[in-house]
Design a protein around this ligand. Structure first.
Ligand code: PEP
Length: 255
């Protein structure tokens, strides 16, 4: 059956020392206080990856991820980081398709499909984000938007490759805004995503795919969101920067 996953997205926060100290706190708390078998993922800036990967080794259920990769294999792309470079730090995951990357760095569905391929080629699991803007929700076109993001970004993959993908439904209007989708709104979309996956890859693969919710999740609302049948955890921005809040969200699965 599918895994429950709580993934933190630190975005462009934390200098080197701050990141090491936050990650050490998280690892120690998870070691001492988390009893479930949910997976914890920390997606840090590139500068922390190698060091926190060393700190995580042997902890079992804390994995490391990046927040983007370049789609090319290697070469003259000054300032960019490739999938194989990220993999060489010990990272297991990479966030792709985050709405901030789509909006501020012009990442199109077509480009994201190339990044997905690069990640999978180097054994990095994409945490692939999809979600509608406020206007798209209000106009009622959100199911179409989500279906297009899935089909253009991911549905070129065969079933075997797709098994390595984690999805995150992140309504853009809820990210960093303090506005959370209600559990019913989120469940409606998660169920739609799972149905769309079943049409593409069959029910078994759809049932085995972890679909995370992201958008102002915090210790007060995580329980009601994660208890929905098609919500398998969260992608957590702001609340992942405080170890105690992040731990409380992780521990929702032990309640
Ligand atoms: C995110 O960046 O993926 C996110 C969900 O952010 P926040 O939790 O801060 O809304």
């Amino acid at each position: 059956m599918r895994k429950n996953i709580v993934a933190g997205n630190w975005k462009m926060n934390m200098d080197y020392e701050q990141g090491i100290s936050l990650f050490s706190e998280i690892v120690n708390m998870v070691k001492d206080e988390v009893i479930g078998n949910q997976e914890v993922v920390v997606c840090s800036p590139f500068i922390h990856l190698a060091a926190i990967s060393k700190l995580s080794s042997g902890t079992g259920n804390v994995s490391i991820g990046a927040q983007t990769i370049n789609e090319h294999e290697s070469g003259a792309y000054t300032g960019e980081i490739s999938a194989s470079q990220v993999k060489s730090t010990g990272a297991a995951y990479v966030i792709l398709g985050h709405s901030e990357r789509r909006a501020y760095f012009n990442e199109t569905d077509e480009l994201l499909a190339e990044k997905v391929n690069a990640a999978l080629k180097h054994d990095l699991k994409p945490i692939f984000c999809i979600g509608e803007t406020k206007d798209e929700r209000e106009s009622g076109s959100y199911f179409d938007i989500i279906k297009t993001q899935l089909s253009k970004g991911l549905f070129h993959l065969d079933a075997e490759a797709f098994k390595n993908v984690v999805l995150a439904y992140e309504p853009v209007w809820a990210i960093g805004t303090g506005l959370t989708a209600t559990p019913e709104q989120a469940q409606e979309v998660h169920a739609f995503i799972r149905k769309t996956l079943a049409e593409q890859y069959g029910q078994e693969i759809a049932d085995n795919t972890s679909i995370l919710y992201g958008g102002s999740a915090n210790p007060s609302n995580a329980q009601s969101l994660f208890s929905q049948p098609d919500i398998d955890g969260g992608l957590i921005g702001g609340a992942s920067l405080k170890s105690r809040d992040f731990l409380q969200i992780i521990n929702v699965f032990n309640a």
